[in-house]
Design a protein around this ligand. Structure first.
Ligand SMILES: Cc1ncc(COP(=O)(O)O)c(C=O)c1O
Length: 404
């Protein structure tokens, strides 16, 4: 018997850890989505920076269809071709010599943190186990990554938390200097904080962390789960900053909508992950790897990467125009196509209200905290779709202002 899922059914059947919007999208194409009633929406959210090439991109569809007719899953007992093709491409396009494949950002960070602890253990001894992270950071929801993340609200109530983790202030090198010492095994940082408010690191901060890590023989981990895979206008944001990490984690846009994650590092560090130290049933899944290869190859083309800056500029111009009209933003920031617009204190913490009004006006977008609007659209969004989406946001802001 056919059954049409409803928003009420979500509350009936799913755990209450999410509170989705009323709209139920059922189809997507490029930067547009359609709901159950056939109503069209412009997508400035990209599934929270996941659909880096929009919905149903032809190159990704082709890769998925072709692989689905060959083999869907192989255990890690066998070498699988798509996983190796993806790993080889990531190695060729980045600083890394070796890749560990998994299925999510949290898993990639979990692997990175375990690798850093193991490397320190094997090369310096057990006492070198301290991890330095930063407040407002987000690294995933596994128990280890949520404890390393810098937003206590996500780890409260799950104690006792794993030990040896300290949090400094983002973009404050003095605060990092106070925490990093010879017992530090790793410093983990997002080159641009996503969930924490769309805040890019200053070049001095990342350069300073690199030097502190070198001085204390600690590993520098860049969490590029949200800001990587083209979003900064470079394949990875470390290329924008010209600061090379020891370990880099990637997920979200890596699979363009298919669950994929990767942890990349150098030969010297990788060698401590000997057989049996770590693993994942789905890591390197052939379907996901085939799609991710198509995503990485498409996104790393000069045409797509160059287009990011022009689109970013168009977003910024629209946001500035809206700010002149409504006097609502205190800051418009970000890199490439991960942009944030922070509301003035006088406007209030009205991100969710604007989000709801935007949905009613036919625009899907994001917030990062209560007072920052977040934009993470497809990297190939058409200029006229940006204009149409911004017209929706204009109407949404007008409604919210009229309600004040
Ligand atoms: C920077 C960063 N790291 C890690 C994660 C966790 O990724 P996932 O939800 O795929 O586990 C996220 C998710 O938002 C993220 O933004």
């Amino acid at each position: 018997m056919s059954w049409t899922p409803t928003r009420e059914a979500f509350d009936q059947y799913m755990l209450p850890n999410y509170s989705p919007q009323k709209v139920i999208p059922v189809r997507g194409e490029g930067s547009r989505l359609w709901d159950q009633e056939g109503r069209e929406y412009i997508d400035f959210a990209g599934g929270i920076a996941v659909n880096g090439l929009g919905h149903c991109h032809p190159a990704l569809m082709e890769a998925l269809k072709a692989q689905s007719e060959k083999v869907w899953h192989l255990s890690n007992v066998y070498t699988n071709e798509p996983a190796l093709r993806l790993a080889r491409t990531l190695v060729e396009k980045t600083f890394a010599d070796k890749v560990f494949l998994c299925s999510s950002g949290a898993e990639a960070n979990e692997a990175a943190l375990k690798l850093a602890r193991r490397y320190a253990h094997d090369t310096a001894g057990e006492q070198k186990n301290r991890i330095v992270s930063f407040r407002q950071s987000f690294h995933g929801r596994t128990f280890f990554t949520v404890s390393v993340g810098g937003q206590p609200k996500y780890s409260q109530g799950f104690g006792p938390v794993p030990g040896g983790i300290k949090h400094g202030t983002y973009n404050d090198l003095d605060s990092a200097r106070e925490l990093i010492n010879d017992d530090t095994c790793a410093v983990i940082v997002e080159p641009m904080q996503g969930e924490g408010g769309v805040t890019p690191a200053t070049p001095e901060f990342l350069e300073g962390l690199r030097k502190l890590c070198d001085d204390h023989k600690a590993l520098l981990i860049f969490d590029e789960v949200q800001c990587g895979v083209g979003r900064s206008g470079h394949l990875y944001a470390y290329m924008h900053y010209n600061v090379t990490p020891d370990i880099l984690t990637s997920a979200k846009a890596l699979g363009g909508g298919f669950p994929m994650g990767a942890m990349m590092t150098t030969d010297e560090i990788a060698r401590v992950f000997v057989v049996g130290t770590h693993g994942s049933t789905y890591g390197g899944n052939p379907l996901g790897s085939a799609v991710a290869l198509a995503a990485v190859e498409t996104i790393s083309s000069p045409e797509v990467l160059k287009g990011v800056e022009a689109r970013s500029q168009r977003f910024r111009e629209h946001l500035q125009r809206l700010n002149e009209k409504y006097d609502c933003f205190s800051d418009i920031r970000g890199l490439g196509l991960l942009l944030g617009a922070e509301f003035k204190p006088s406007f209030g913490e009205r991100g969710r209200e604007v989000l709801a009004a935007a949905t009613e006006e036919g625009l899907m977008m994001l917030v990062a905290g209560p007072n920052v609007l977040r934009f993470a659209p497809s990297l190939v969004i058409e200029p006229e779709v940006i204009d149409a989406g911004m017209a929706c946001l204009d109407r949404a802001l007008a409604r919210v202002v009229a309600n004040s």
